[in-house]
Design a protein around this ligand. Structure first.
Ligand SMILES: [Fe+2]
Ligand SMILES: [Fe+2]
Length: 209
């Protein structure tokens, strides 16, 4: 990535050191690097594409979105019950998908971060959902395509962002992430709703041209 990306990462490391230290409680060094990169790339998207959004919310959702990603299945289920998070049949089958909802609730309990946009973004960052808000859309795109991601679709997504813009990169990422997820599990109904919702928005944009 370029110097602007490095500048943003330094800015986050200085101003958000409290939250970056907190990540050590739950995450490996490798996952922490992903969280910092996600947050940095999210802010990079906002600034280069001049998206009008609260930067603080974008940064925090990036840093904290994967807090529970490395928890064992039993711990995930037990904590979800403790937080009264409803576990549907799909999540029962794939408990790892609860790491978003759990992380969203954990930051309320442990960090007193009570913000609907951050909560929604973190809660839905794995699957997306129809009507996802802007902070959630930015986190979704950044989580999929931040520069530490190894798969080729991440780089392609970053190229689409540069040449075609935020919405096209998001639409591409949602489709590609869905295809990648099918290698691991059955289709998520939320991901399908998310893609259909984005497709309708895209059709509206095309028809308006
Ligand atoms: Fe995640
Ligand atoms: Fe992530």
């Amino acid at each position: 990535m370029n110097t602007e990306f490095t500048k943003i990462r330094n800015e986050i490391e200085i101003n958000y050191s409290y939250y970056l230290d907190y990540l050590n409680t739950y995450l490996s060094k490798e996952k922490i690097a992903h969280c910092i990169s996600t947050s940095t790339y999210a802010l990079y998207i906002v600034r280069t594409k001049e998206i009008k959004v609260n930067e603080h919310k974008v940064i925090l959702s990036g840093i904290l979105h994967d807090l529970c990603r490395e928890w064992k299945t039993d711990d995930i289920i037990n904590k979800a019950k403790e937080f009264n998070i409803e576990i549907n049949e799909y999540e029962k089958k794939y408990p790892v998908l609860l790491h978003g909802p759990l992380s969203a609730n954990l930051i309320i309990k442990e960090l007193n971060i009570c913000d609907v946009d951050i909560y929604e973004a973190i809660y839905w960052h794995t699957t997306g959902k129809a009507n996802l808000g802007l902070v959630g859309q930015i986190l979704y795109l950044s989580d999929f395509s931040e520069p530490l991601r190894k798969y080729s679709q991440a780089e392609k997504s970053r190229e689409i962002l540069m040449h075609y813009g935020f919405f096209d990169a998001l639409f591409y990422s949602a489709n590609e992430r869905y295809k990648l997820s099918l290698k691991k599990r059955e289709p998520s109904p939320y991901s399908l709703e998310f893609i259909n919702w984005l497709k309708n928005k895209k059709d509206l944009l095309v028809n308006a041209e």
